[in-house]
Design a protein. Structure first.
Length: 330
């Protein structure tokens, strides 16, 4: 009887707070009038959960941005590789290397789908090898093959099999590399990065959902007298669950928005630093590998989608937890 009296008093206090009109002066009374939710609008656990959601969203957004950067760089690399092929003419005893290079160039020019043919001269070959062999050795001192760069049209109409057969028939020392092996490796790498990124984001969202479950259970326990009285006097479970869902929805939206904005700021700062560092040798290498640190439309869309996903998962998880708790009360 005493327990029921206490629960009734808690319910009466909540109903009185919920129905109390906000004073016109907008002072402290207005703030108490707005605190009419079943769940306290501001609490230590609520602020802690918002911080956790912000951190998880920040890390997830950075992961989304990194995946977008790697994917864009891999697409640029593969597009460049697909549009080029390389003819390698090896020096063979009894054959004129310069004549073989000219003949291979003539064969390449005749093929459909070939946009440009650029044979490397002996001097250009020597300069390419200087970082590794130094300047004391010349290209004629070593059996170094000569390279011919073949640029293809975008529609990829060149019959690479016929190309190889023609070279083998007329220039036995020549071989054609269409970079297909590198293309497959880069494509596999891009797919692996995307899968790893999605896995990391999924784990972060799952961790956030578990945090919401614990926070919701704690909120239900804190307000258990009011929840039980509302439940016993006939309040629908959906009404009670909506009170908690609304609270955690706005909490998650605030935390995820902060985390997403912080991630965007970090990416923009990284792009600014990379742009200032671009003139150095290390900056040029990083830009060649990963491109400029700037997100495309897919990267921004991915971060916005992550913020909305985190908010939706938090709201749904909170509602599910409350419904299960009320089902246990029955």
């Amino acid at each position: 009887m005493v327990m029921w009296t206490r629960r009734s008093a808690s319910l009466s206090h909540w109903l009185a707070t919920r129905d109390r009109p906000a004073p016109a002066d907008g002072g402290a009374g207005a703030r108490s009038g707005r605190a009419a939710s079943l769940v306290p609008a501001a609490s230590i656990s609520g602020r802690a959960l918002a911080v956790i959601i912000a951190i998880m969203t920040f890390l997830g957004s950075l992961t989304v941005g990194a995946v977008d950067l790697v994917r864009t760089a891999a697409e640029d690399w593969t597009a460049s590789i697909v549009r080029e092929a390389t003819i390698q003419v090896r020096p063979v005893s009894g054959r004129d290397l310069a004549a073989d290079v000219r003949r291979a160039t003539e064969i390449a020019v005749r093929f459909p789908g070939v946009a440009d043919v650029s044979p490397y001269t002996a001097e250009e070959t020597r300069r390419m090898l200087e970082p590794w062999l130094g300047t004391s050795l010349g290209a004629e001192d070593l059996p170094i093959p000569r390279l011919i760069v073949v640029k293809l049209t975008d529609d990829r109409r060149t019959d690479m099999t016929a190309f190889r057969n023609a070279l083998a028939a007329e220039v036995p020392s020549a071989s054609l590399d269409d970079h297909r092996q590198w293309f497959d490796r880069l494509r596999a790498m891009a797919r692996a990065v995307i899968v790893v990124g999605l896995t990391i984001v999924s784990l972060m969202v799952a961790t956030m959902a578990l945090s919401v479950v614990f926070a919701t259970r704690a909120a239900v326990e804190t307000n258990r007298p009011v929840v039980e009285v509302l439940h016993f006097v006939g309040a629908r479970d959906g009404f009670i669950a909506t009170e908690f869902q609304r609270h955690f929805l706005w909490l998650a939206l605030k935390g995820s928005a902060i985390g997403g904005l912080m991630a965007l700021a970090a990416i923009l700062v990284s792009g600014f630093v990379a742009a200032r560092w671009r003139a150095t040798a290390g900056g040029d290498q990083i830009e060649a590998l990963f491109g400029s640190f700037s997100l495309g439309s897919t990267g921004y869309a991915g971060i916005v989608a992550l913020v909305l996903l985190v908010t939706a998962v938090a709201a749904a998880t909170s509602r599910w937890t409350v419904m299960r708790t009320l089902g246990a009360i029955d």
